[in-house]
Design a binder for this molecule. Structure first.
Ligand code: NI
Length: 174
């Protein structure tokens, strides 16, 4: 397992629409393991392949609390089967947007289908934090970022701050 660097927004690689996985083979299982290792290293609860520069429909999540056993979930080609009519507003962050959080409204519950690490089709129903995390990571596969759910003004503010942060880091590196 390798801990991969996570791409920070704004970056065109975060805006691409990812390719479906043909089958979950050794290469995809390695990608799943690398994503999990990178997510845990960054203390995140979800990560998608495009965030490490791989344009494939693969996501990982683990919403277990610190004191609980880890509950890693790795999915290829995740698809939404149904969503609840009930919507809920929750604060979201993203490993590609360090230190930025905002309230986003999404369906409260979701049913999904995906391929697991054994290339078997699985179904899952989720609510609460897990549902939220799955919606957020699925969005990444279509180049949609959580700031895209915010007002233009709010999104612009966050992106300008990140551009500034990147410039400062580049200046430090010289
Ligand atoms: Ni994210």
């Amino acid at each position: 397992m390798a801990v991969l660097p996570i791409i920070i927004a704004p970056d065109p690689r975060l805006k691409a629409c990812c390719e479906p996985v043909e089958q979950v083979n050794g290469e995809i299982v390695k990608l799943m393991d690398d994503l999990l290792a990178s997510m845990y290293a960054a203390r995140g609860i979800g990560l998608s392949a495009p965030q490490v520069g791989v344009c494939k429909r693969v996501i990982v999540v683990d919403t277990a609390r610190r004191e609980e056993e880890p509950k890693p979930l790795a999915m290829a080609n995740p698809e939404i089967a149904w969503v609840s009519e009930e919507m809920v507003g929750l604060e979201e962050g993203c490993l590609s947007f360090p230190e930025h959080y905002a309230q986003v409204t999404r369906p409260a519950r979701v049913g999904m289908r995906y391929l697991d690490r054994g290339n078997t089709i699985r179904e899952i129903e989720a609510d609460g934090l897990l549902a939220r995390c799955l919606f957020h990571e699925m969005d990444h596969l279509d180049g949609v970022l959580f700031v895209d759910h915010l007002s233009l003004l709010r999104r612009g503010m966050i992106l300008r701050k990140l551009v500034k942060m990147k410039k400062l880091e580049e200046a430090d590196a010289v």
